[in-house]
Design a protein around this ligand. Structure first.
Ligand SMILES: Nc1ncnc2c1ncn2[C@@H]1O[C@H](COP(=O)(O)OP(=O)(O)OP(=O)(O)O)[C@@H](O)[C@H]1O
Ligand SMILES: [Mg+2]
Length: 197
């Protein structure tokens, strides 16, 4: 999950998506607090900060020690951690690639709440380890020219859809999908953003 800039709703949408996936019978779901610079998933889940990615990388230990089961069905979380560390160094490390591969065998779904695309390269690196990407855009927040620029920085073949977040009731009075709107395929995603802009 990524977006163009900060505050478009990536963490809210990621958390809700992960909670929904984990409610389905037999679907072990992992959410990774992948925005190592501005982690908010734990707070959204009502969990206190815990050691996570930063501590795992520093310790050279097993990632299994940093996977926590939540109280919400079959939902597990890997926190960003409290110690920090250089996100680019962690995400580009060889050991991290191996860990992502191992996690993909262990869970039915992995939701990565990532950072925005424009200010930093982290989300593009996350995308190398993901099967697909969802882009969040927010009404009255996402500048069209920056979204266009952001989309050019990533592998668009991985973009499976867009979430058009925080759509106002007035403009969508007839829509039963008030709050979020979904588009599938990057062309739809771009059209949605253009319609808004
Ligand atoms: N649909 C919505 N309706 C109302 N408030 C929302 C909605 N989506 C997000 N918010 C609020 O907007 C703020 C930013 O949301 P969120 O943290 O999910 O964005 P983000 O893209 O993850 O930001 P960052 O890039 O800083 O991590 C939060 O306070 C969140 O509760
Ligand atoms: Mg966030």
């Amino acid at each position: 999950m990524t977006s163009t800039i900060a505050n478009e709703g990536k963490t809210v949408v990621s958390t809700n998506l992960a909670l929904t996936l984990a409610k389905r019978p037999g679907q072990r779901t992992l959410i990774i607090e992948g925005d190592l610079r501005s982690p908010q998933v734990l707070a959204n889940l009502g969990v206190h900060p815990k050691p996570g990615m930063g501590e795992w990388y520093k310790s050279g230990g097993s990632i299994q020690d940093f996977i926590y089961k939540t109280t919400k069905g079959d939902l597990f979380v890997i926190p960003a951690g409290v110690e920090g560390g250089d996100p680019i160094e962690i995400l580009q490390s060889e050991v991290f690639g191996r860990v992502m591969l191992a996690l993909s065998q262990q869970f039915d779904w992995i939701v990565i709440d990532s950072s925005p695309l424009i200010p930093v390269a982290d989300a593009s690196i996350w995308m190398n380890h993901a099967d697909s990407a969802l882009i969040v855009a927010r009404e009255d927040k996402t500048p069209k020219h920056l979204l266009t620029k952001a989309l050019k920085t990533i592998d668009q073949s991985k973009v499976v859809g867009m979430v058009f977040n925080d759509v106002s009731r007035n403009k969508s009075a007839n829509s039963k999908y008030y709050g979020y709107q979904y588009g599938y395929g990057s062309r739809h995603a771009q059209k949605a953003s253009e319609a808004k802009a």
